[in-house]
Write a protein that binds this ligand. Structure first.
Ligand SMILES: Cc1ncc(COP(=O)(O)O)c(C=O)c1O
Length: 401
């Protein structure tokens, strides 16, 4: 079997990272991925929220075709201009509140976070930064400092000066004002960074009060609130950005994954405005990815995928809540739009359910300690949702308590 051979070779030559199961991708169509053996899988995680419009969309294929024969399809995009980067920056400003109107395009999510915190340090000096328990902001050393998801991600890696406050999912949490209390006890930080809905950390939804308190405190003491929208952004929760559910406006946001490239979108106040303060060779220069990112936004708009994320997301949540009533091993169902977490009573379920699902043609991924993420492409239909949920329920039904 081709996939077995490829996995064997990968184990020999490639460094072990985070492979969940032996899926060797060949192609994709709609919400399905085909592996190199010709088996089709229904994708319930969208390549970790990176493929919001699924696979082989004709408008995306047209964009990619446009670059055949162009030659300079990838350039040093922060040393030389290209139209795709400028168009994408303009579109990002269009779908973002008016105060966020300066864009830095970069490669990955972690790099977006690195640059966002550099914007803050540039203005505020080398003060400590603040992030939250269970946060995931990436794996480069700066971003990793502010990550608090799993011990294995951090062991022996040095950190910059920081403090971690509790991520509060309940309005009545005694630590709901943790940032202000930290400042009263210690110091004013350079920034606070938070995911409104934590991704890798367990699909935990922040309480409205918690996010509003972060906004209030950072305004009061004059440092930026950075919202990491790398997993939750670009329509995943049924709005362009997850912070829109919270009635606040951040000073800086980060995007990546669904956008195909990384981006920092900042208010003018935190734009470093100093040539050389930030840059990167390939940042803003992968013209195919930039054009696909722009087309992705256009498709989300004209196919009304924000509405679909809300509608199908609510339907999936309803079915999952019914399952929770039937099967005691499900302890919680939470999320917004098509960013839904199903928490189980034991860690083992998070690990074995995706493996069993893989054999049955459904692609799932775990997150946090005991949670499975349900995050299909935003184009998913009710019929496809039902198909995946039927497989999911069939697995749960047969698990011993
Ligand atoms: C919220 C969040 N921030 C940052 C990152 C890092 O992004 P990347 O893997 O593109 O470096 C991720 C990736 O999962 C993420 O979910």
């Amino acid at each position: 079997m081709r996939s077995k051979d490829i996995v064997k070779k990968a184990k020999k030559f490639c460094i072990e990272t985070t492979f969940a199961y032996p899926l060797v991708v060949k192609s994709g169509y709609g919400c399905y991925i085909e592996d190199v053996n010709g088996k089709l899988y229904l994708d319930f995680n969208s390549n970790v929220c990176s493929c919001p419009i699924g696979y082989n969309h004709p408008e995306i294929i047209d964009v990619i075709r446009r670059f055949v024969g162009v030659g300079a399809h990838k350039i040093a995009g922060q040393d030389f201009y290209n139209e795709e980067a400028v168009e994408l920056a303009e579109e990002l400003v269009r779908i973002t509140p008016r105060n966020l109107n300066r864009v830095l395009l970069i490669n990955t999510g972690a790099e977006a976070v690195e640059n966002a915190i550099k914007f803050a340090f540039r203005k505020k000096g080398p003060l400590p930064g603040v992030s939250c328990t269970n946060a995931f902001h990436g794996r480069t050393l700066g971003a990793l400092t502010f990550t608090d998801s799993k011990a294995v991600q951090k062991k022996n890696y040095p950190e910059i000066n920081h403090e971690i406050i509790k991520f509060c999912t309940r309005g009545n949490d005694p630590e709901i004002n943790g940032l202000e209390e930290l400042i009263e006890r210690e110091w004013i930080p350079a920034f606070v960074i938070v995911e409104c809905i934590q991704g890798e950390g367990g699909y935990n939804v922040a309480s409205k009060k918690f996010i509003k308190n972060l906004r209030k405190t950072s305004k009061k003491y004059g440092f930026p609130l950075i919202i990491d929208e790398i997993q939750s952004g670009l329509g995943r929760t049924g709005k362009w950005w997850s912070f829109e559910h919270y009635g606040i406006k951040p000073d800086i946001i980060t995007s990546a994954k669904a956008l195909q490239v990384g981006a920092v979108i900042s208010s003018k106040e935190y734009d470093p405005r100093e040539p050389g303060a930030v840059s990167s060779t390939w940042g803003g220069g992968g013209r195919i990815d930039l054009a696909v990112g722009l087309k992705t936004i256009e498709i989300i708009k004209h196919e009304k995928l924000l509405d679909n994320a809300r509608k199908i997301g609510n339907y999936i949540k309803k079915r999952l809540k019914e399952m929770k009533n039937r099967y005691q091993i499900i302890t919680d169902v939470r999320g917004l739009g098509l960013m839904i977490g199903v928490e189980f009573s034991k860690e083992i379920y998070k690990d074995i359910i995706p493996k069993i699902a893989f054999k049955k043609g459904l692609l799932l991924l775990g997150c946090g300690r005991k949670t499975i993420r349900i995050a299909p492409p935003l184009i998913i239909t009710k019929e496809e949702a039902d198909k995946g949920l039927d497989i999911f329920e069939d697995i749960i039904k047969h698990l011993k308590r």
